[in-house]
Design a binder for this molecule. Structure first.
Ligand SMILES: [Zn+2]
Ligand SMILES: [Zn+2]
Length: 184
């Protein structure tokens, strides 16, 4: 049992309201490939679990901010998170109708506002795997500290946001540019 797992029988007669700040190690675990700065990241989960016969509906939001390295300059880049969570937990014997396999679930989630499906084990609901997936989905493919980030100089590695280095720009000296100079 983790802090994000709940017994089905506790949902029998009343909905469960979840309101918690996610543990830092959960964020660092989900984003281990991204080198996230967990000290400057925080995520807040609010959700409502309601049981309907054998299925449990989880409706909620994951909000907060993440700090990951800028892809151009490697400085801190902030990602604002506002993910809607809408997952239906079905019994272990049911097929997951939203996808043809659990492994492909991540691609399927690109359809915003679609319902996701997951399994409960008949006794407990574990939100950890889905919350983990939503954390990963919250980070866009391209993350920059600033849209105008100038990145690092490919020659000397200097952060060009801090000022120009003395390297010559590359790729401008082509035969065509010489021709253009002649015409002028
Ligand atoms: Zn940057
Ligand atoms: Zn340089």
């Amino acid at each position: 049992m983790t802090e994000l797992s709940f017994r089905l029988k506790d949902l029998e007669n009343k909905d469960k309201h979840i309101d918690c700040v996610l543990a830092a190690d959960m964020i660092s675990d989900a984003l281990s490939d991204l080198d996230a700065d967990v000290d400057h990241s925080s995520l807040h989960l609010t959700a409502e679990l309601s049981k309907h016969n054998v299925t449990v509906l989880c409706n909620g939001t994951l909000t907060g901010k993440l700090s990951v390295p800028c892809q151009r300059c490697l400085g801190p880049a902030r990602v604002d998170v506002d993910q809607r969570i809408h997952t239906v937990f079905v019994p272990p014997s049911s097929s997951l109708s939203s996808s043809d396999g659990e492994d492909s679930g991540q691609e399927q989630d690109d359809d915003v506002d679609d319902v996701d499906y997951a399994h409960h084990d008949g006794e407990t609901i574990d939100l950890l795997p889905i919350v983990r997936e939503y954390i990963i989905l919250a980070v866009p493919i391209t993350v920059y500290c600033n849209e105008d980030c100038r990145g690092l100089c490919p020659l000397c590695g200097a952060d060009r946001n801090q000022g120009d280095c003395s390297c010559q720009p590359v790729g401008k000296l082509s035969p065509l540019s010489a021709l253009r100079d002649v015409k002028l």
